[in-house]
Each structure stands twice: as C-alpha cells, then as structure tokens.
Unconditional design. Structure first.
Length: 409
C-alpha cells in the first residue's frame, strides 16, 4: 500500500532553489524550458518544518541530523573531567573508523581559538538522535579500550618528492582493526535497530558509501518540482546606497543582478507504507504520525532561497492525496508535457488551467489502466474546477482515520 501526493503551487517572483551560478534551477521537459525545484531541497524543507518535527516528537519518535561533524558532537558529549578533547577525538575516530568511516584530512589541520578543531567525516552522515546517544554510551563504556587502540597511519613517503602521501584504501582497512571486535559488533547492532531510527531517516532513507550495512531503504520518493508553464527568466538589477554617504555625494556603492522567475509547480511524492512500517519497527502510532507530519509539512514547507529579498510565501493551491492498495505509482507530470499558457480573456488562470489539465490526465490514466486499488481520494483546492474539496486538517484526518483502520492505533 502506498500514499501518493500531488500538489500545484504557484509562486510569485522568486529564486527558491539556486544552481551554481545563483540562478533559479531549470530543466527541459516536453521540449520546453521549465523552472525546477530539486527534490533534495523539497525534502529538507519538509523534514525541517515544525509540522513534521512536532508530529513525530508528539508520538514519541525522534529525528535525525545530517552532518559531517559527528566526531565533534560525540567528543563534546564524552567530555568529562580528566578526559582531554584530544583523547575524546582519538576514541571517536577509532570507534567510527571500525565501520570504515573516514575523515577529511584537511579538517584536522590547525585548531579553533575556542577549542580543538574536530575532524569532519568525508561525507554527510544521517544519524538519529537515539543512535547518537547509543554510540556515545558505547564510546564511554569502552573508553579505555578505544583510547589504547592504535590509530591507523596510511601516510607514506613518496620516494621522488619526499612528501607524504595518503593511501585512503589502506587507511580504511587499518581503521577497521583499531576497535576490539566486541565493540565493532555492538556498534553495528546500534546502527541496525529499527527502534532507533528517526522518522525522517525512515522516510527518506540513508546511504553510506563505505558502510553498506548502514543503508536504509527510503519509504518515500520525491520528484523534482517542475513548472506547468514555460519558464521565462527575469533579471533584477539592484543598487545599494551607503547610509553614511557624505552630503553632496550621489551614486550607489553596490551594484548587482539577481535572476528570478515566477512559476506554477507540479509536485509529486509517494510513500510506501510497508517500507515505512518496517523502518519504524512496526509502531502504528509512529507510522501514522510520520504520515501526518509529512502531509502537513508538504503543504506548509517552502524552500528558503532568497526569501528575505522576495518573500514568496505562497501555499499550494491544490493538494490531492491518493491511497492505493495495488498497482504502480503514477506521477502526473506528463499532464504538462505541453506547457500551460494563459491569454487575456481566459476564464481560468494558470493554476485553474493546471488543475483542469491534471484532473483530466488522471481520468485518462484510470480509463486506460483501471481504477482498481484506489482506497482513498481526497482533495484540497482553491480552484473552482476541483469538486468535493476539503480543508487541509480535514484531509489529513481522513488519511489518518483510514490508516488507523489499516495499521492500528
């Protein structure tokens, strides 16, 4: 069983998700240039939104943190009288190195003015608060053994240049031998227990390149948001005047250009209820809370890019939730292969025409492939074209009531 979410959201002039040149992200779809918001951006907005975090915490769940700074976090938690920061770092590196996590050498150089310069992992790790607490306990209990273990040293001298070089493969292999086997076993158990998983990790998954045994299959798939209309890029030429400019002087002290656009986005996501339940150790109340929070945050969360300059706080005009017990998931993006175009005198605006296009395409899919397996269909809509539209809280309650009957209280 899975839950599908279809949204139409029109934003005013904005630059919510930038590319490497600070312009709004875009892509070609259906042969036309479209504005785009990446799925990564959308997922972060959802999992960091208060509606999601509050729903999970109220159900007794916990949340995850994506960070390269886990060594510093663990070292700070291990800090007690009689233990130096350097010893704490050594313990943490020996512990995490045992599961092939490697550290960025550059991050270990120098020291902060206010304390040690903790090493960073080479990539972001997604860990739950419960996992971090359990790892801290393990490191504290095994402090002496981890402190006495030999740190791997993969530095070798280059015969030609005489400079040090690092063999990363050798470093990772040596690191796995630093911690005692019983400690490694205990750490692996911590990272494989569904009861310790955060709700956002259960939804969005975890992938660790060097530690496949830490990987978690995502219960949720999120598509890149695409504009239903063809994108037209605009440029804002701005100037900034010095407030303390001497009398008689004129002119700006800063000039620049910001690119932006305005677009109506189609957003799509789906949650596999079976995978989510498995990831959350089959806790019905937590599964339902994660879904509630996900739906509420999907409607309320907006990316933060350049919001101080443009304040594009525009909630979705259309939100449709489909609960299906069988069949394949359906993205409705192909409803907009031909971009929606509005003209003076049109009875329906861009959003209204987009809603009409989406509902017509969904009807065609049902006609072609069958409507079997649809257990629940509820809609929030500001457009006149949508029938039987309901408020957001009522929509979420309908989904929650249905799930209560399926997965339990």
């Amino acid at each position: 069983m899975f839950i599908e979410l279809h949204l139409l959201q029109n934003f005013g002039p904005s630059n919510l998700n930038r590319n490497d040149t600070n312009a709004p992200k875009d892509c070609t779809f259906g042969g036309f240039r479209r504005s785009r918001i990446s799925s990564q951006c959308i997922k972060r907005s959802i999992r960091r939104h208060e509606a999601f975090t509050q729903a999970v915490l109220d159900a007794g769940g916990n949340l995850g943190s994506r960070t390269k700074r886990i060594a510093g976090e663990l070292a700070d938690r291990l800090a007690t009288p009689g233990r130096t920061p350097q010893e704490a770092v050594r313990v943490v590196k020996n512990l995490l190195g045992s599961i092939k996590l490697s550290f960025d050498k550059k991050s270990e150089k120098g020291a902060d003015e206010d304390g040690p310069n903790y090493p960073k992992t080479e990539y972001l790790l997604f860990l739950s608060e419960s996992e971090i607490e359990e790892i801290t306990k393990l490191a504290d209990q095994q402090w002496d053994a981890l402190l006495a273990a030999e740190l791997p040293n993969a530095d070798e001298s280059d015969e030609e240049s005489g400079k040090k070089k690092v063999d990363k493969k050798k470093a990772k292999k040596d690191a796995t031998k630093a911690a005692p086997k019983e400690v490694l076993k205990a750490l692996e158990e911590i990272l494989h227990q569904p009861r310790r998983l955060a709700a956002d990790i259960a939804l969005f998954g975890r992938m660790v390149a060097d530690g496949a045994n830490m990987n978690i299959n995502a219960a949720c798939q999120v598509a890149h948001a695409l504009s239903t209309n063809e994108m037209s890029m605009e440029m804002d030429f701005f100037t900034a005047v010095d407030d303390l400019l001497p009398n008689g002087e004129t002119g700006a002290d800063m000039l620049g250009i910001v690119e932006f656009n305005s677009a109506c986005y189609y957003r799509y996501a789906q949650v596999n209820l079976g995978i989510l339940a498995k990831n959350l150790n089959d806790k019905p109340e937590l599964v339902r809370a994660a879904i509630r929070g996900f739906l509420l945050a999907s409607a309320a969360a907006v990316p933060t890019g350049m919001q101080n300059s443009m304040a594009a706080h525009n909630p979705p005009s259309y939100l449709r939730v489909l609960v299906r017990s069988q069949g394949a998931p359906w993205s409705l993006a192909n409803a907009f292969l031909k971009p929606v175009r509005t003209r003076p005198g049109d009875k329906k605006d861009l959003v209204g025409q987009s809603v009409e296009r989406l509902e017509d395409y969904l009807g065609k899919l049902k006609g072609a492939y069958g409507a079997e397996g649809f257990e629940l269909d509820c809609t929030l809509s500001l457009a006149e074209t949508a029938e039987a539209a309901i408020p957001l809280q009522a929509l979420v309650k309908q989904v929650d009531d249905y799930l209560a009957a399926q997965v339990g209280q």
